[in-house]
Design a protein around this ligand. Structure first.
Ligand code: UN1
Length: 506
């Protein structure tokens, strides 16, 4: 079934581990096998890139940067318009490939591809604002202002759970700013990266001024590819999405060479469900926040804290919703339980559930029948006692903790009582509560009566504490992809007093 889409992107026999966006080449290192988590079927096999090949790609990206940085920002933006158009034309195929490769339900995969299109449109609008401020000088006839320059090749390392969007958020803003981009995708989703690069090729060849190497990809293991790239001085900025452990390692390596990082790491989102909330609406939003992509999102609602006066009702109704979660055909429209990304992920998830069981935590497992396959796991709700400590670690899968609370002060304290700070939310119709929450929530994103997931493209996305550093896409995130220069321009006739020095003026 997957053959048609594999052939569309030339992946069945020819998967290219490396490209400079124009030439797609086979890798020279060891072979990797791509299987679908949905049924374990082998999709394709190909050789990954060697260290030398990744070095060659870096050199291409450097050469491309030297040319691209000279292209006017408005012309750079027109490439992004073409990119949006080409991704839109391939939307269904790109989504289908994602579903096969990492199991995301097709309608969610389509939404992610749409997000990439939106990001390209957004990045195309940045160019008139890639400037700085000017300032009043303390002297006469002196101009002071900020000038922004492109930075250089940007290395983008992405996670499996959003195989296209995490790259698009970085790559499109980076090229709008005049940089080149090298993409190192997650080991679980190489095919999505190759397919997306085929689309980039279609877009880039429509523009005469786009150099080879502007957008590159390289697929390989840590030793040959990821570590040498991260340590390479050619990259003034490394933007990486993944675990906190990975982020800390990248930060240490890039920091040691005084490079910049954008790090988008783990999460442990809280949702505060107050008695003033519209229960029908809040229940639905909370449920989807917790269960989209089977909970494999660092923004997934993980800790739902419900006021004790409504806790029983909310828990009962959530149980009903979990029991009716449709399972199986992830190609069908509508909310679907999918498999996890692979059997390793399923093993880790089940280990966490076993540990909760051993600790005597009350677990609710919905009455649904799973398809056969090692990557499929049962979803769970863990009902915590009111006084139980906050779950410290992120469980990457369909696990939602639900816990009653008594006072608003107490629940605010619990919201922040974890090491992560990516996204938190409140369900409330009381302005005092909403403001109280927004004033103290320690997270890069704070949602009111809305999904704790990534915000719309024009807002910046990034976390605090162990959830990361910096931000992607909207707001003033673009500044991280440029270097600021402070300009002091003197139009004074007399520079300064001669301080008694003779210059031999005639
Ligand atoms: C979203 O929630 O829509 O895994 C995007 C995550 C992030 C991206 C979230 N890397 O949650």
């Amino acid at each position: 079934m997957s053959e048609t889409v594999l052939n569309t992107f030339n992946l069945a026999t020819n998967a290219a581990a490396i490209s400079d966006g124009f030439t797609f080449s086979k890798g020279a290192a060891s072979e990797t096998t791509c299987t679908s988590p949905l049924d374990g079927a082998v999709l394709t096999k190909f050789n990954m890139a060697s260290e030398q090949q990744s070095q060659e790609i870096t050199e291409k990206a450097q050469a491309a940067f030297e040319k691209w940085k000279l292209i006017p920002a408005k012309k750079r933006a027109s490439l992004l318009d073409t990119i949006a158009k080409e991704i839109a034309a391939a939307k269904d195929d790109l989504a289908l490939l994602m579903t096969y490769e990492m199991g995301k339900p097709l309608w969610e995969a389509k939404a992610e591809v749409q997000n990439c299109i939106d990001t390209a449109h957004y990045a195309a609008t940045l160019w008139p604002n890639l400037g700085g401020q000017n300032y009043p000088s303390g002297r006469d006839n002196v101009e002071l202002y900020d000038k922004y320059h492109p930075l250089g090749p940007v290395l983008v390392i992405t996670a499996f759970n959003f195989p296209y969007a995490l790259w698009a958020w970085n790559a499109f803003v980076a090229i709008a700013c005049g940089n080149s981009v090298v993409w190192k995708p997650a080991p679980q989703t190489p095919l999505c990266a190759i397919a997306m690069m085929e689309i980039m090729h279609k877009a880039m060849k429509q523009h005469d001024d786009v150099p080879e190497g502007l957008m590159c990809h390289v697929i390989g293991d840590n030793d040959n590819v990821a570590i040498p790239l991260v340590n390479n001085n050619a990259y003034p900025l490394v933007s990486a999405t993944g675990s906190t452990k990975m982020g800390m390692a990248v930060s240490k390596s890039v920091g040691a060479r005084l490079g910049r990082t954008i790090l988008e790491l783990g999460g442990n989102a809280a949702g505060v469900f107050t008695p003033s909330a519209d229960i029908d609406q809040a229940l639905r939003i909370a449920y989807f926040s917790a269960t989209l992509n089977s909970g494999q999102r660092c923004t997934a609602l993980r800790r739902l804290m419900v006021h004790e006066s409504i806790a029983d009702e909310v828990i009962d109704r959530l149980k009903t919703a979990y029991n009716s979660w449709p399972v199986g055909d992830v190609m069908k429209d509508g909310h679907r339980l999918s498999s996890l990304v692979d059997d390793t992920a399923a093993g880790l998830f089940n280990k966490d559930i076993d540990a909760l069981e051993k600790d005597g935590v009350k677990l609710f497992r919905p009455n649904i029948k799973l398809p056969k396959g090692d990557a499929w796991v049962h979803p769970y709700m863990a009902i915590l006692d009111k006084d139980a400590p906050q779950p410290a670690e992120e469980t990457f899968g369909p696990l939602l903790y639900v816990q009653p609370y008594s006072t608003f002060e107490e629940v605010l304290e619990k919201t922040n009582a974890v090491d992560y700070g990516l996204s938190n939310g409140i369900f409330s119709n009381d302005l005092k509560e909403i403001q109280g929450f927004l004033n103290v929530a320690e997270s890069g994103c704070a949602m009111v009566n809305d999904n704790t997931g990534g915000p719309e493209v024009m807002l910046a996305f990034g976390g605090v504490k162990n959830s990361g550093l910096g931000s992607e896409k909207g707001g003033d995130s673009w500044k991280q992809y440029m270097r600021r220069q402070s300009v002091m321009m003197n139009h004074q006739k007399v520079v300064m007093g001669d301080l008694g020095i003779k210059f031999g003026d005639k």
